[in-house]
Design a binder for this molecule. Structure first.
Ligand code: BGC
Length: 457
């Protein structure tokens, strides 16, 4: 299905006080994940990673955003912004703390959360795996272990049996490509593997088989369900002065990172030569009802023989591009709204509805976020006008949360959080997002005030 759009031609600015409207029924949301917002005491591999001192900033998650006790406080904020959707994840480690032992109280808490969203007029999108899983599963080898796909299917069956009356939009995995790259090549996520390219490919394949099993199981239990996954898409730009080798390594990075899981679902295989290690993935072909896209950054790529484990690509962020908060050791990435276009154009090849399930910038001082928000909606309007089937935009995120190995150092919230007092303070972007949600689009006024690229410094 494609939407018909009201007023405002794609590309040109809205004229004479007109709106750039998105289609009626467009979903405006925010995205979150369990580990990052719920607070500690979940027996997961991430809790173990944190306890082992692997959070680079040295921060502790403690209460995080205190969702396990009081997510409803943030659901109120989301409702006050006028949102009609919210994406969260369930924490497998809370639901099945020991293999085969399911926690009734954990399911009950998720039920109250989903009910609370419905009461506030928000459609829940529930993700089954957002980087985090039980320690017992990790100890068996995570997604490298034979049988991991069956274990994940059991999780999907149990969650749909318990919560299916409250949710129909399921995200099996968040970003298999990021999970594999950071956990097995860059050493930033548990299990902390570095340069293990072959294992990264095997993990992607294991997740592909797990996704396929979960997709079928969910449909068996809930035929009307919409099932997809959230795919991280990055623009890899060969250096401007670059030659053939720079272009080659940039396209290899894009193939392995951007195209890998898309191909798993599209074709039931990885591209050659990665396909040599993917095992049987045929069952994954065609297993999605929508494509979720998480889109943040552009990286620049240069051929460099010192980076053999990254297929000879040195991946970097030039200093003079729009950027928000710096990471602990590395820059987070260039904030680059046109990445939405590249991501949507690629994902459209699957001919399924598309949801932008994450888009945002770490920006404690809210200097870039308004520009990013306005230009994201400008891109979406143009893409919809060209016939791309984009059905929703979920900003990352509502309230500052615990950013994995970076701890509290990167602030993605429309609301600032003081993790000690749990006080929330609206950043100007919260009001801006609310205005766009209320108008279901963009006005010339908002474009004029926030549309131009931010100045550096
Ligand atoms: C992840 C989130 C993360 C966000 C910002 C996404 O890749 O899904 O969990 O917080 O990026 O880095």
């Amino acid at each position: 299905m494609t939407f018909s759009l009201s007023r405002g031609a794609a590309g040109g600015p809205p004229a004479n006080g007109q709106l750039w409207c998105l289609p009626p029924g467009f979903l405006w949301g925010v995205s979150t994940s369990a580990f990052q917002v719920e607070g500690d005491d979940n027996p997961s591999q991430w809790t173990a990673w944190e306890a082992a001192g692997r959070i680079k900033s040295g921060d502790r998650r403690n209460l995080a955003c205190d969702w396990w006790r009081n997510a409803e406080c943030d659901f109120d904020l989301a409702r006050d912004l006028g949102l009609n959707a919210l994406r969260l994840s369930v924490d497998w480690a809370r639901l099945e703390p020991d293999e085969g032992c399911w926690s009734g109280p954990a399911f009950a808490r998720y039920r109250t959360m989903l009910q609370a969203l419905h009461h506030r007029g928000m459609r829940p999108f529930v993700c089954l795996h957002h980087f985090c899983h039980p320690l017992w599963f990790e100890r068996k080898g995570g997604f490298l272990a034979p049988g991991a796909d069956r274990q994940f299917e059991l999780l999907a069956r149990k969650v749909v049996a318990e919560l299916g009356d409250l949710c129909q939009d399921w995200v099996t995995f968040n970003e298999p490509n990021v999970y594999a790259a950071l956990g097995y090549v860059l050493g930033e996520f548990p299990p902390g593997g570095k340069g293990e390219l072959l294992n990264a490919i095997r993990v992607l394949s294991g997740m592909g088989r797990a996704h396929a099993r979960a997709y079928r199981a969910i449909h068996e239990l809930q035929p009307q369900a919409q099932v997809g996954w959230a795919h991280n898409y990055v623009v890899f730009e060969p250096v401007a002065s670059g030659g053939k080798l720079d272009r080659l390594v940039a396209s290899l990075a894009a193939e392995l990172f951007n195209n890998s899981f898309l191909r798993v679902v599209e074709e039931g295989r990885l591209a050659f030569p990665f396909s040599l290690a993917n095992g049987n993935l045929a069952q994954a072909r065609g297993t999605c009802d929508f494509v979720g896209l998480n889109v943040y950054s552009r990286f620049h790529v240069a051929f460099d023989t010192r980076y053999a484990s990254q297929l000879f690509g040195r991946i970097f962020v030039p200093p003079d591009v729009p950027q928000g908060d710096q990471g602990v050791d590395n820059p987070y990435g260039e904030a680059y709204p046109p990445a939405l276009r590249s991501a949507v154009e690629r994902a459209s090849r699957l001919r399924k509805p598309i949801y932008i399930l994450e888009n945002g910038v770490p920006d404690a001082r809210d200097q870039i976020r308004p520009w990013l928000l306005v230009n994201a909606v400008r891109e979406l309007h143009a893409l919809l006008s060209e016939g791309h089937d984009v059905r929703g935009y979920f900003h990352w995120t509502l309230v500052d949360n615990f950013e994995w190995s970076e701890g509290w150092s990167l602030r993605f919230g429309l609301y600032a959080l003081d993790p000690k007092t749990q006080q929330r303070t609206a950043r100007p972007s919260a009001g801006l997002y609310k205005a766009m949600v209320q108008q279901n689009g963009l006005t010339p006024d908002l474009l004029e005030h926030h549309g131009a690229p931010p100045s550096r410094g």
